[in-house]
Design a protein. Sequence first.
Lengths: 388, 336
Amino acid sequence: MDFRLGEKSEVFRKEAREFLREVLTPEVLERCHRTGVQHDEGFAAAMRDKGWLAPGWPVEYGGQGRDPMEVLAFSEEMARANAPTYALGTTMMIAWVIQQVGTEEQKREILPKALAAEIVIVLGFTEAENGSDAAAAKTSAVRSGDGWTINGSKMFTTNAHIGDYVFLLTRTNTEVPKHRGLTTFLVPMDQPGVEVRPVHTLSGERTNITFYNDVHVSDAWRIGEVDGGWPVMTVALAREHNAGFVGEQDRLLANVEDWAHQTLDDDGRPMIEDPTVRERMGRAATEAEVSRLLQRRAAWLSSIGVAAHAKGSMSKLFSSERLERQAADLTEMIGTDGLRSWGEPTAPCGGEIEHAVRHAKGTTIYAGSSEIQRNIIAQHGLGLPRGK
Amino acid sequence: MDLRPSQEQQQLVDAFASLYAAEAPTSKVRDAEPLGFSAELWTRLRETGALEMAVPEDRGGWGATLLDLALVAEQHGRAVAPAPLIEAQVAARLLARVGADVLPEVLSGERLVTVAVRPARAGALALVPAGAVADHALALDGDRLVLVDVPRDVRHVNNSGCLPLADLDVPPDATVLAEGGEAVEAYARALDEWRVLTAAALAGIAARALEIGVAYVKERQAFGVAIGSFQGVAHRLADRASEVDGAELLAREAAWSAAEEPERAAELAAMAFGFAAETARDTTYHALHFHGGYGFMLEYDAQLYFRRARAWANVLCEPRAAYRRVADVRYATAGS
């Protein structure tokens, strides 16, 4: 057994850390936080120049051919630094789908631009009436002439207001079971009939609701087979199964450590000497380590060709639930000063801890809520009968 | 990264799993109550080399790593085995480290030496694990590492986990094996090893309890369906399953770090112990709870795991104390 990620991974990690120290300035982080948009063109261009938009892709597809453990070390550093990689992630996720199942024309049109950080692709899966049950999508696509007419709306289309394309999951057949009547399209955002309205969230992140009113899309923008949208979704989401919120936990603890060393109690002693403070921090550090191990295991399994399935869900479930627990517990520990918000000059740790509570709440909801993860673990991990 | 045991480690695990299956089925675990010691099982463990493997080769042993021992400890926990494997292994390693003369007699099985996991207070050693069945106990008394003779008429302290616990005294003439910094350092290292191996055993208890609980909820019907199909049941077991995997990974990492990343070993040992203690506590709780009234009956195995999950950890401390210890290692200045 070996718990190290390996020499190559650590070299890459170090390189990523140095890059982030240089490129991810406080100004960039402040702007992302203030605008609620986890994307920065300067940062994206710097990533592109390094060839790091797709470090794990094969070299012949424009990647760097790095192994999954190198990519994991890289992702860990991006997460720990809170780098604005959200739009880059969705763009490259869909670029990968096109690489795998797209037409030659689609590949020629999209891949060079994606790899050059010239376009942003956003995700259009969730709707107002369905979230976790993505296959229940109602947004319709109907044949018209040589193309399709799309009507409906999508929720939480994050970055749609700066996006060039939306990867849209649509209903093309209502006569078959729900998973078999879906088709995916890459819809240009500048198409007439596409409307974007902002949706503001608890964490300060700006997302959107997008409307599609008689949007005409050429058949050339269909990704995959007609009514074959679900297999395409499987390709898209296959790379999402190693989700984990380790970077957030590390960052939260680092902030609390600063607070505990700098803040004095009523008797003038640093809070770090208080046994209850120590216990809560020791517990948080332990949970972060367990989260790290669960995420690394899922990534390692993928790297040796074993589908992570329930083990990937364990990583997502545990790390998001414990992040939420820690954010709540450590904010309470800080006491009344924990009320002072991000952006408020008197807030402890610049309000990062207050913000963690808001951010953490989302992590147990998006990318498959905790209830969905528990269903997966119960059925696929423990072999329990399917519930209602 | 490679999370697979080596071929040799797998053989080791298989050998001990077979031994426990034969010598420590839950019927024999019950027969060994309330003392919590099966002389037969202990003999078989010794004959298999459970003590020799723990000791370095230059001291007459086989030189197993702490990770090898942790993999065996997982099996020990799965069986809730009534034998002082972990204490005896940790004691043998400590005897080897300080060059004690008694080691050959320990390896030959003539003497059973255990370790008191909490230092003496005013000459008293409370609830020493295996104290009721050992010939000697290693203990830290101030800055002296002493070998205490266990009196022939030692009294077993009845306890919730059916462990062979005893209250012992450090006599004025106890054999001093080491003193000062050397003694304190050697004892601290032994205690970290005990934390790691007990964490592995607790992870084993939790893993087996989860299997027992899952098997039951697949079988038991209520309202016309298996109760495992109810989310109120399934989701709690899914939470526990994630923690069980986490506890096992963390205990293994802590054991691995002893040789491979020693600068992290003390911190990981405390983390592993605290997390495994909570995981074993919570997993055995739900495994028992989902048996309904049957879980409450002594006849069912769930309660064997429920009681030991709590006792095996609490012999040292509660999980919160383990997390304070994590902070002590991380932030150096010890909180009061």
